[in-house]
Design a protein around this ligand. Structure first.
Ligand SMILES: C[S@@+](CC[C@H](N)C(=O)[O-])C[C@H]1O[C@@H](n2cnc3c(N)ncnc32)[C@H](O)[C@@H]1O
Ligand SMILES: Nc1nc2[nH]cc(C(=O)O)c2c(=O)[nH]1
Ligand code: SF4
Ligand SMILES: [Mg+2]
Length: 210
């Protein structure tokens, strides 16, 4: 296909820069412990200095894949699909989620909310970032708020976002991996003092799975 035609399909969300896809156990947040198929889409300009998938940032190194192919693959593995990245909302998620829905799959997203919400989702995990604030009404649409704690100020930042989510949104504080030994005790004390929060750990890293 001609490069221009591919670019147009990517712009429409009919092709997506696929970085990797893998069947694993959701390691984080509300659905931790549940088997799920992960679709990791390249492209993110939020620039978190501690991001654990910096290889995802440059969309151009991840080949555009047709959403039909992505979905056909995913459906073979699991009834729960987690769309992540990169920042998936960089792209129009409508074509992908429409096809996933046709297969009666449960569709979850991991997002910073830095771009407008597209697609239809069974579960939205919002993980806001200081670098690039969430846009639109994604706070009200989030099922789960998961704030990464790198230092003490992130607890203040977490409250700032908790004030914007719906009543039913589940609140998580997750240690930034490289400083986990230092911040986990902070989080433990904070959650005991403010029990509306729960602790989320990146359990897949302890399990040595993707
Ligand atoms: C790699 S991001 C991709 C999805 C989206 N860009 C986002 O940030 O939500 C997936 C999840 O991993 C979290 N994360 C990334 N790097 C991390 C780290 N070093 N320690 C803990 N969590 C991290 C993000 O906050 C997000 O919840
Ligand atoms: N097992 C596992 N669980 C995860 N939950 C969120 C992840 C992500 O990178 O979005 C992730 C991931 O990369 N692996
Ligand atoms: S928004 Fe997500 S993918 Fe982008 S840099 Fe931050 S953690 Fe990484
Ligand atoms: Mg991850």
């Amino acid at each position: 296909m001609e490069a221009k035609a591919v670019m147009e399909l990517v712009n429409e969300g009919k092709m997506l820069p696929l970085m990797e896809e893998f069947y694993t156990i959701q390691g984080e947040g509300y659905h931790k412990g549940t088997a799920a198929y992960f679709i990791r889409i390249g492209g993110c300009d939020v620039g978190c200095h501690w991001c654990d998938v910096k290889e995802s940032w440059n969309a151009e190194i991840h080949p555009p894949s047709a959403v039909e192919t992505i979905v056909e693959n995913a459906a073979k593995y699991s009834d729960t699909i987690v769309v992540t990245g990169g920042e998936p909302l960089t792209w129009d998620m409508n074509p992908l989620t429409t096809l996933l829905r046709e297969k009666q799959l449960k569709i979850h997203i991991e997002t910073s909310g830095a771009y407008p919400l597209s697609g239809t989702w069974d579960w939205i995990c919002l993980s806001p970032k200081k670098n690039k604030a969430p846009v639109g009404d994604i706070h009200l649409r989030a099922d789960e708020l998961k704030v990464i704690v790198y230092n003490r100020d992130d607890l203040r930042f977490a409250e700032e976002h908790a004030a914007k989510v719906s009543e039913n949104c589940v609140l998580y504080l997750q240690p930034e991996w490289s400083v986990r030994e230092k911040v986990t005790p902070l989080i433990v004390d904070y959650v005991m003092a403010h029990p509306k929060w729960k602790v989320s750990l990146q359990t897949h890293k302890y399990l040595n799975i993707p």
